[in-house]
Ligand binder design. Structure first.
Ligand code: PLP
Length: 261
């Protein structure tokens, strides 16, 4: 039996709600074989990040090579990359393997404020990784950091998406979950020519830990299965909506969104 294969290059969340753990659970739910290259280990539970232990950049590169030369990779996503050195190592391997189905989730800061990307590494993310991305999936604060502008309106979001795509990604998905306004969450998709808005009902819950990881992992699973870009994003949007509706009241803080009844 053959199966689509997806690789996540990201950080470990010991609490199981975000990072590598959320990605692998999402791949599994979507019938895709999941593989991982771990970039950093976080000490974490639903109350937040208590420690960050980055691995040597070479460790990420070797994990990527080991799985790609043996198992094969139909699509790949990046999550927490932490430093410019890790970004450089990961970008080098993506280039070397010539992968096109690359989703970059530009993870920067955890909900509790911990740095998952060093501020000085934003430049490496823009200049080395974005040119290799098919799809980039920033939330609003990440889109502001990547575009260098403040986002207050949908027009700002469209402008930020254009600026971000100028670095190379074919498609930018600017997620609207951080916009506190209104009963709808609007995600903006820009494909280099047109903007599309994907709308969903806002779910009022604090249990949203790992939402961004799960969303980008679902897009990656869609690409691995051969879905066209916009269909993969729409499928992932539906999936994350259902996941937030089903999010768990586990732990004392922000419960995870990566479990389904
Ligand atoms: N920890 C890791 C390893 C992650 O990759 C992410 C996700 O982006 C987070 C934590 C952040 O999750 P949240 O913003 O839901 O706290």
């Amino acid at each position: 039996m053959s199966i689509a294969r997806a690789l996540t290059v990201a950080g470990s969340d010991s609490g199981g709600g975000a990072g590598i753990q959320a990605d692998l659970k999402t791949f599994q739910e979507l019938d895709v074989f999941g593989m991982s290259a771990i970039t950093a280990i976080t000490v974490q539970n639903t109350l937040g990040v208590q420690g960050v232990y980055p691995l040597p950049p070479q460790a990420a590169a070797e994990q990527i090579d080991a799985v790609s030369t043996d198992l094969g990779v139909d699509a790949l996503k990046t999550g927490m990359l932490f430093s410019a050195e890790i970004i450089e190592a990961v970008a080098g391997r993506i280039k070397e393997h010539g992968w096109r189905n690359v989703v970059v989730d530009p993870v920067m800061i955890a909900k509790g404020g911990a740095d998952l990307l060093l501020p000085e590494a934003v430049r490496a993310l823009k200049e080395q990784l974005l040119p290799l991305a098919l799809i980039v999936t920033p939330n609003i604060p990440e889109a502001e950091a990547l575009s260098g502008m403040t986002i207050r309106s949908m027009a700002d979001r469209r402008e930020a998406a254009k600026r971000i795509c100028a670095y190379g990604p074919a498609v930018a998905v600017i997620k609207g979950g951080h916009d506190e306004d209104g009963e709808q969450v609007v995600d903006l998709i820009y494909d280099g020519a047109f903007c599309t808005e994907l709308k969903g009902k806002r779910i009022h819950t604090v249990h949203t830990h790992g939402t961004g990881c799960t969303y980008s992992a679902a897009i990656t699973a869609g690409l691995a299965k051969g879905l066209p870009v916009l269909e993969a994003v729409q499928m992932a949007r539906d999936y994350i909506q259902a996941a937030i509706e089903d999010s768990l009241e586990l732990g004392q803080g922000h419960g995870p969104t990566n479990h389904w009844a």
